[in-house]
Design a protein. Structure first.
Length: 245
């Protein structure tokens, strides 16, 4: 019995390795009345497959007689996952509420009996891919309103006015530590929603000041060079900076 099972498995594997052209040629010779061994020998010589067995020919011929076809019906979607619909919905709800959490945290919090790979596969299938969270500076609602009002007032000014304007700003560059990037689980169109972004937080850093205009870029100035030991700007130091640079 064990030997019969091994032979059957071998024939099934060999069947899957044969091209449809070879299989249809087998059907052709079988329709001509050739036996299994003779068909195996002829087709094996035609397609340089000396190991083609009469058992494989028989398997293909039986499949053809049953289905009127010899092609393999592959499942393009692959093996279905084992998660039930209730667990899938709980998983999706978890990441809708906590897009910055990991699959491991979801598995632990929801006490799901599936592997992390299974959970990740389900999330990808549902369109929730892990992206690197984009960074932006935090701006309060009050300042957002003020900036919007300012932009509405200034949009009426012509180019001749803006040629006389200098734009200046300070920027902080981290000196130590990693960039602290995190990943969030989201759909492709949720890249800048409030709960999928990462705010930048200052750490040990170097503060610099710069200026640009319509005509050219100004100097990049280290803030601590204005007054020794001071790494931030106040009114007095800012006036000194403008006078000097």
């Amino acid at each position: 019995m064990e030997e019969e099972i091994k032979t059957c498995d071998k024939m099934e594997i060999e069947d899957h390795l044969l091209s449809d052209q070879v299989k249809w040629m087998i059907v052709h010779y079988k329709n001509q009345g050739y036996g299994n061994k003779e068909t195996a020998r002829i087709v094996g010589e035609l397609y340089n497959r000396p190991t083609l067995s009469h058992q494989t020919v028989k398997t293909i011929w039986v499949k053809y007689q049953k289905n009127n076809d010899v092609t393999n019906k592959w499942n393009l979607k692959g093996r279905p996952h084992a998660m039930n619909e209730e667990d899938i919905e709980d998983l999706l709800d978890f990441f809708r509420d906590n897009p910055k959490k990991s699959v491991y945290e979801a598995k632990r919090t929801l006490d799901l009996p599936y592997s992390r790979q299974t959970l990740n596969d389900v999330l990808l299938e549902k369109g929730l891919k892990a992206y690197r969270a984009p960074k932006k500076f935090f701006i309060s609602e009050d300042n957002v309103f003020k900036r919007h009002q300012f932009a509405k007032v200034m949009e009426k000014y012509k180019l001749s006015y803006w040629k006389k304007v200098l734009f200046s700003d300070e920027s902080s560059f981290s000196l130590v530590g990693s960039n602290g990037r995190i990943q969030v689980r989201r759909t492709v169109d949720e890249d800048y929603q409030e709960n999928t972004i990462q705010y930048k937080i200052q750490s040990d850093s170097l503060m610099v000041w710069g200026v640009i205009s319509y005509h050219r870029v100004g100097s990049l100035v280290r803030v601590d060079s204005i007054e020794e030991g001071e790494t931030t700007l106040n009114r007095k130091r800012y006036l000194t900076l403008l006078q000097r640079y």
